[in-house]
Design a protein around this ligand. Structure first.
Ligand SMILES: [Zn+2]
Length: 303
């Protein structure tokens, strides 16, 4: 199988840029951690793929979070992305992403095109994009969902909130035995490019074979880029590895518990011998004993 990779490229005439990626392993790991049913895995897989692709636009220590809140059976899907740093704190050309949904068991009949009915599983609602910088206030943008198919919704966000005309295709190919292929492509028109550029890209996006059938058939990221760029020469600008990465830790759980305040913690320690906190993204369970809760209460009182 082709390993996960994200590649950025710019058209040699400067009219548009492309970020494309293979995310099969990322989506497989997201599916496994969350025990996602097929329709849920397509929806969550598309969102985490979109997040991973947008990860290529981040600087070190920036974070991007995509949150869908909707009236369909999935209700809520969240995907986060950041650049993974090496041990010395330098960028390691690695994108780390993670995702979960409130209702991982959602599974619906295929739609009239024989595809996962992600639009129905998501329903109507909003996409909120939060970009946190190393310092200062985070940037928050909210757009109404276009179709709930996720690719369209991300294109809607980039077009209206970011004012960058964009073409987005995100796909997950799965069967009952697991994720067969996943990946996506985002093309963005660069400042000064003509209206015709976006029209040409939209047309090519409609005509190109689905990203997942390309990847499932063994195509590399360069070939996926070429399928959208057409005859224009593309200059590759940067390459990233991709991995499911969760930033949860015992220290974060303790900070969250400290945030509850001493009254709440006292109640907790008197009611049960152990408190279990499960990370929503990776499902790691952190068990905090009564003694540890009492230590936290002590820490609060000595502040
Ligand atoms: Zn976690």
């Amino acid at each position: 199988m082709v390993p996960d990779r994200i590649l950025t490229a710019t058209a040699s005439d400067g009219s548009f840029s492309i970020v494309a990626g293979i995310t099969t392993d990322l989506v497989t790991e997201t599916q496994r951690r969350n025990a996602l049913a097929p329709t849920a895995s397509a929806a969550v897989g598309r969102l985490v793929t979109g997040a991973a692709l947008l990860g290529a636009s981040l600087k070190s220590r920036e974070k991007l979070s995509l949150q869908i809140a909707s009236d369909g059976p999935l209700e809520r899907i969240i995907a986060d992305v950041q650049l993974n740093l090496d041990r010395t704190g330098k960028e390691a050309d690695a994108i780390g992403a993670r995702a979960y949904t409130r209702h991982p068991g959602v599974d619906l009949p295929l739609n009239e095109h024989g595809k996962f009915d992600v639009g129905r599983a998501v329903g109507r609602g909003y996409l909120q994009v939060t970009r946190s910088f190393e310092v200062g206030q985070p940037y928050v943008g909210i757009v109404e969902l276009q179709s709930g198919e996720i690719g369209d919704d991300l294109a809607g966000y980039l077009g209206t909130s970011q004012q960058i005309p964009s073409v987005v295709a995100l796909g997950v190919l799965a069967n009952p035995s697991g994720i067969k292929a996943a990946g996506g492509i985002i093309a963005q028109v660069l400042p000064g490019a003509s209206e015709a550029t976006i029209a040409t890209l939209e047309e090519r996006a409609r005509d190109m074979p689905p990203v997942t059938s390309q990847i499932g058939g063994g195509a590399g990221v360069e070939e996926v880029i070429a399928s959208l760029a057409g005859p224009l020469h593309m200059r590759y600008t940067r390459e990233y590895r991709v991995a499911f990465t969760c930033t949860c830790s015992r220290a974060r759980v303790e900070r969250a518990l400290l945030g509850l305040g001493s009254d709440e913690l006292r109640k907790m320690s008197s009611e049960r011998p152990n408190t279990e906190a499960v990370c929503e993204f990776c499902k790691t369970a952190y068990v905090v004993s009564k003694d540890e809760v009492e230590d936290l209460i002590e820490r609060l009182s000595s502040r």
